[in-house]
Write a protein that binds this ligand. Structure first.
Ligand SMILES: Cc1cc2nc3c(=O)[nH]c(=O)nc-3n(C[C@H](O)[C@H](O)[C@H](O)COP(=O)(O)OP(=O)(O)OC[C@H]3O[C@@H](n4cnc5c(N)ncnc54)[C@H](O)[C@@H]3O)c2cc1C
Length: 490
């Protein structure tokens, strides 16, 4: 049986490792940092757990393909939380919109704000209901017969993949809905409406939910499953080069100089690093070179201001899109809307009666890279961000400042340091239909010019946790096919 090296113990890499073991391959996962999980992480400070990742975990509905995959990977949560709302939007004049997953309640709520927009609201509600009859996030698991059954629905909903949240909002005549609607899906105005509809439809059917216990627990569960299957995990083992001979991979070389031979190499490492740093340039197509050699500066959800609060906030919404009285300046940019995540639903995230709360901002990588050169300025900016955020939040949480016990600000530099994900993580703001499909199909990326090499993970289309895990799974499936073995899933 041939042996496999997986570079990177992110969710994709750990999943590839588990499926490799389930199918009898010898496998070593090489992880550059001192703990596995990559971006799917959380950390503890002063008795609180602050989360760096999961807001929506797909695959929580038993009997579905994604649920079976998480079962294979040992990560079906013991506890999950299904909020009744995606988000509550609040503006400076006290206007509020709760985006309920229940379409009946949502329709009523939207019509309360904008009865004049009844027709557009109906169209939006019908679009959610249409996608509720299929699990769009399971496209990558569909068999031919599923495609035949589901294609009429895909065709009907195709028009929503061509329109962004912002563009759809133009259809409302109410100025409130025009302003609120574009920010309801994580504040991402430019994503195709389809992505939002899929989250609404999936959450309404409890396919999506919030993970209880912190994202690190989730990745830790997969790591433990991998180890229990007899997988070899080496932490602190940073790969420097992918070794090749005769246009086929032969192994990897670590930073320490050690060389490890392999029949197959799967890279779960951030695209720029895989293609530009680890691999010889001659294997790249022009297209790959042009996509990955220019990292994107804009980073979404990249500043995390986490607060440990001596207050029980479990009665507040799990997520809030909040327009402050005046735009607040954060990291050289004016922010008109704050994305607040309230973990009050999860007792594991804070001591009893207290709450872990987070505000996230988009930012630009270069700003932080430059600032980090002077440690004092970097720390000063972090303090300033926390101060501005807390001040703005006082409107929603009166006397917040006195209840704060812990403040933690993570920046793109923090993410880079702990997960090796640098510039350009998920920063793509213009999605094409092709991007969406590629994201949903979860195919690993392969190079025509280099045999036995697979690239998986968020920066080559995995997009989210289930996508990355499914890519890892599909890499092993394709390896089994190559070796004429029946793929074993569990
Ligand atoms: C703020 C935020 C919120 C998110 N929310 C959600 C959500 O709600 N739901 C969801 O499904 N997804 C969410 N995601 C996306 C999800 O976290 C990612 O898609 C997923 O975790 C990426 O996994 P990956 O397999 O691509 O690996 P990564 O997480 O990128 O891990 C790669 C690993 O490779 C290691 N590595 C890098 N270079 C080397 C090297 N040279 N040698 C050895 N090891 C190396 C790194 O240390 C790292 O551990 C979120 C992401 C972020 C940032």
């Amino acid at each position: 049986m041939s042996n496999v090296i997986v570079i990177g113990a992110g969710i994709g890499g750990l999943a590839a490792g588990c499926y490799a073991r389930l199918n009898g391959f010898e496998v070593t996962v090489l992880e550059g940092s001192e703990r596995a999980g990559g971006l799917c992480t959380s950390w503890n400070r002063g008795g609180y757990t602050f989360d760096g990742c999961i807001r929506h975990l797909a695959g929580l509905k038993p009997e579905t393909a994604l649920y079976r995959m998480w079962s294979d990977l040992g990560s079906v949560p013991a506890r999950a939380f299904f909020p009744e709302e995606l988000v509550k939007v609040m503006d400076e004049s006290g206007r509020e919109l709760t985006v309920y997953y229940d379409t009946g309640k949502l329709e009523e709520e939207m019509k309360r704000i904008a009865p004049e927009d009844s027709d557009t609201i109906r169209e939006y509600i019908k679009a959610i209901q249409l996608l509720s009859s299929i699990e769009l996030m399971e496209v990558g698991f569909w068999k031919f017969s599923d495609w035949l059954k589901k294609i009429p629905i895909l065709l009907k909903s195709r028009k929503y993949s061509r329109v962004s949240m912002e563009k759809f909002a133009e259809k409302f005549s109410s100025p409130v809905l025009k302003r609120f609607f574009p920010v309801i899906q994580y504040g991402w105005k430019n994503i195709p409406l389809t992505l939002h509809l899929a989250v609404m439809a999936g959450s309404g059917r409890k396919m999506y939910g919030r993970y209880a216990g912190g994202s690190y627990q989730f990745s830790r569960a997969i790591e433990e499953r991998y180890l229990s299957l007899g997988g070899d995990l080496r932490l602190g083992a940073r790969v420097e080069r992918i070794l090749t001979d005769n246009d086929a991979v032969t192994g990897v070389q670590l930073e320490s100089g050690e060389e490890i031979a392999a029949d197959h190499v799967i890279s779960d490492v951030y695209g720029y690093d895989t293609f530009i740093k680890l691999l010889d340039d001659r294997y790249l197509t022009d297209q790959l070179r042009s996509i990955y050699s220019k990292p994107i500066d804009r980073m979404m959800m990249a500043i995390h201001v986490s607060l440990g609060i001596d207050k029980d906030l479990q009665d507040m919404p799990n997520s809030m899109a909040f327009f402050p009285d005046k735009p607040i300046e954060i990291a050289g940019e004016k922010h008109e809307m704050l994305s607040i995540l309230n973990y009050g639903y999860d007792p594991a995230m804070a001591p009893e009666g207290k709450t872990s709360l987070k505000v996230i901002y988009d930012t630009s990588y270069s700003y932080w890279e430059e600032l980090f050169e002077d440690e004092q300025s970097y720390e000063k900016e972090k303090r300033q961000i926390a101060e501005n955020t807390i001040q703005a939040l006082e409107r929603v949480f009166p006397s917040l400042e006195t209840a704060i016990e812990v403040i933690d600000v993570a920046t793109p530099i923090t993410t880079k340091r702990f997960t090796a994900n640098g510039q350009g993580y998920g920063s793509k703001e213009d999605f094409s239909l092709k991007d969406i499909l590629r994201g949903f199909l979860n195919r690993p990326l392969r190079l025509k010019s280099l045999k036995n090499f697979y690239v998986i993970g968020h920066s080559v289309g995995g997009a989210n946790l289930y996508g990355c895990a499914a890519m890892g799974r599909n890499a092993i499936k394709s390896l089994c096919k190559k070796e004429k073995k029946k793929f074993i899933a569990s």
